[in-house]
Design a protein around this ligand. Structure first.
Ligand code: SAM
Length: 253
């Protein structure tokens, strides 16, 4: 489990914090074999684009943006008078969001969160389904964050990428000049793989769409024929978090 004490430093300092402060990249997630996944810092520091607007129009009620970065989504929702909170482990990201007029907390998604179980819409944008490199654990965790009738909007791997892509990576944040940060776990997931993980965690797919080459899936809390009891649900979530904590301990040098 990622907590305030164990959260990965690479998002908190170094090239990522510098890029957010400057409002620009270049910035990448670099795999050990040299493969690069661009981090679109300029887009994240700008206002919502056409694809973001398709997400904004689907947000219902209170909105939690997980890994909000510099906060373009929560800021846009706040400007529309909508209740929205961003959470991010990066102090630079949260400071940027608050300066821009949004609400945000320095918090890991695996930490205790405000209004757990009460959020009407949760967002995992810009590849954030990759957080901590374990989509199954993240999706299980979010069943205890989102309200029973709520939804989770996930941006998957873009249109044109294999929808069955289900990849675990060890990456470093790299700007091509400074020394890359420490390695940490990340994941990339196509739409079909996301839906498979979602169903296993108790989510039902409700909608999929592509906008400006980006692909999104809305998941809703699954209706069960036999309603899951509070104790059963708590046990399932606790099991996922425990597995995650054990895996994290195993990875520590
Ligand atoms: C790929 S970036 C996406 C940025 C973003 N959605 C935006 O609008 O700028 C991943 C973000 O997730 C944050 N993050 C990483 N691990 C996290 C965690 N465990 N809980 C919450 N946020 C996390 C990082 O600090 C970073 O801002």
């Amino acid at each position: 489990m990622t907590t305030a004490e164990t959260r990965p430093a690479p998002w908190q300092t170094g090239p990522y914090a510098d890029a957010l402060r400057n409002g620009r990249g270049p910035l990448f997630l670099r795999r050990s074999d040299g493969w690069l996944l661009p981090l679109e810092v300029e887009r994240w520091c700008a206002g919502p684009d056409r694809a973001d607007l398709t997400v904004l129009e689907r947000c219902r009620g209170s909105v939690l943006d997980i890994g909000c970065g510099p906060g373009r989504i929560v800021t846009a929702l706040a400007a529309r008078g909508r209740p929205a909170l961003g959470i991010d482990i990066s102090p630079a990201a949260v400071a940027h969001t608050v300066r821009a007029g949004g609400s945000a907390l320095i918090r890991s998604v695996f930490d205790p969160l405000p209004r757990e179980g009460g959020w009407h819409t949760a967002l995992l944008m810009d590849g954030n389904i990759g957080i901590d490199g374990d989509p199954a654990a993240l999706l299980a965790r979010l069943t205890s964050v989102v309200a029973p009738a709520g939804s989770l909007i996930v941006e998957t791997a873009p249109a044109g990428v294999d929808p069955d892509l289900d990849e675990r990576l060890r990456v470093r944040v790299d700007n091509g000049t400074a020394a890359p940060g420490d390695a940490f776990s990340w994941a990339r997931v196509g739409a079909r793989a996301l839906i498979r993980h979602g169903r296993a965690a108790g989510w039902t797919p409700a909608e999929q769409w592509t906008a400006a080459g980006r692909h999104f899936v809305t998941l809703e809390r699954a209706e069960r024929t036999e309603p899951e009891g509070r104790a059963e649900r708590a046990e399932r979530v606790e099991r996922a978090v425990r597995q995650k904590r054990t895996a994290r301990k195993g990875r520590r040098p």
